[in-house]
Design a binder for this molecule. Structure first.
Ligand SMILES: Cc1ncc(COP(=O)(O)O)c(C=O)c1O
Length: 376
């Protein structure tokens, strides 16, 4: 008998190790990883610089409370803010980063209403869940009602925005919702209107950030400047972390005691995050962009005659293949072929490959994915 709550539909394979872009199960089978543990293991398994940084820190101090100075947190915050006038709060997950953003936005503006988008996903804690308009996830929990949900990529959203809102929160590439990329002009008009009205713009980069789309933050490719950005997942390549990055002017809303966490910004996690951020060089990001273009080309060409493919969408290495058939059997078949991938809403096969995957392996993996879809 399992002693775990059944909150996950778990596969019966157990992953026990990994190397580069491969994971290994308890029976010794290897899988090419197009899921990266849901967009976490961006640098693959055992990346040497990250592993060395973590091992070094493990030999030093594992934990200090946030009541003490932290040079490591300052260093990571320096890399996250990239020389701009912004401040960082460290948490332990994406949902917690969004909780911090929600609290900051409400406290700074003195308003409560938040605008969010259909198909959004912002996490499972109460505040974050309230911003995630999926009935199945919210049912029975009595979530925060001061949230107005509007359609993504549609003018109606801009029309509905007014100065009664504290903030608007969005993913520039919706992940769990099915890989929907924001329309550039729509997003710019939305952000302009919000900022003109004094409504804060929160961009949730939990899935799309940390180089996933070919830039440190995906929003950089849309020429917008958010008031608040949240990240997590890949920031420490597998160690639990979240961060809320806000414009420095918002700092007046938080004083000692306004918000906090025991583990957020833990030294071991920060050592990992610092090594991860140092790896995201312009050359690394250019490589992700190039691989993203190559994989999209393969997918668009290869799916032309596949009636099982409704649409291919994505940015960088955050890719969705919307199917006309059930996505779950396709995932199962892929596993049998030695490939791990993910699903997203709307029978979308979601690909979040390890970013360091070799280009030939990636191409071969994509061909196997197309073959598998064709057999569905
Ligand atoms: C865009 C986005 N925001 C927030 C979250 C929640 O992050 P976590 O599961 O670390 O709480 C996720 C997780 O999938 C996400 O994709």
């Amino acid at each position: 008998m399992s002693h775990l709550f059944e909150t996950y539909a778990r596969s019966d394979i157990e992953l026990v190790d990994g190397h580069d872009a491969y994971v290994v199960d308890a029976l010794g089978n290897e899988y090419l990883d197009f899921g990266a543990g849901i967009g976490v293991m961006n640098l693959g398994y055992h990346p040497s610089s990250v592993q060395a940084a973590v091992e070094k820190q493990i030999k030093g101090i594992w934990h200090t409370s946030n009541l003490y100075k932290s040079t490591l947190q300052e260093r990571v915050a320096g890399l996250l803010t990239q020389g701009t006038d912004r401040l960082v709060f460290f948490a332990n997950s994406g949902a917690e980063a969004n909780e911090a953003a929600l609290k900051l936005a409400r406290r700074y503006t003195g308003k409560h209403k938040i605008m969010n988008f259909a198909q959004a996903f912002h996490g499972r804690t109460y505040g974050a869940l309230s911003l995630t308009p999926v009935t199945a996830y919210q049912a029975g929990y009595g979530v925060d009602q001061d949230v107005v949900t509007v359609p993504f990529n549609q003018q109606a959203a801009i029309d509905q925005l007014d100065d009664t809102c504290a903030a608007v929160i969005l993913e520039v590439v919706q992940g769990e919702g099915g890989i929907h990329v924001a329309d550039r002009s729509w997003l710019q008009r939305l952000v302009n209107k919000a900022q003109h009205l004094g409504v804060l713009v929160i961009v949730d980069e939990v899935q799309s950030g940390m180089g996933r789309t070919g830039s440190l933050y995906a929003y950089e490719q849309f020429d917008i400047v958010p008031d608040i950005v949240t990240v997590a997942k890949a920031l420490a390549n597998g160690l639990p972390v979240g961060a809320m990055i806000g414009q420095a002017k918002l700092g007046t809303a938080f004083q000692p005691g306004s918000h906090g966490t025991t583990f957020g910004g833990n030294p071991v996690v920060m050592a990992s995050a610092y090594a991860v951020l140092q790896s995201l060089t312009p050359e690394f990001l250019a490589d992700v962009q190039q691989k993203g273009l190559a994989i999209m080309h393969d997918l668009v060409q290869g799916s032309q005659n596949l009636q099982q493919v409704k649409a291919v969408r994505g940015l960088g290495l955050m890719i969705g293949i919307e199917l006309t058939t059930d996505v779950q059997p396709v995932l199962m078949k892929l596993r049998e072929r030695g490939i791990l991938a993910l699903a997203a809403q709307g029978n979308t096969l979601r690909l979040l490959p390890v970013l360091t995957m070799d280009e030939q392996e990636m191409h071969a993996g994509v061909m196997a994915i197309l073959t598998t879809i064709g057999e569905a």
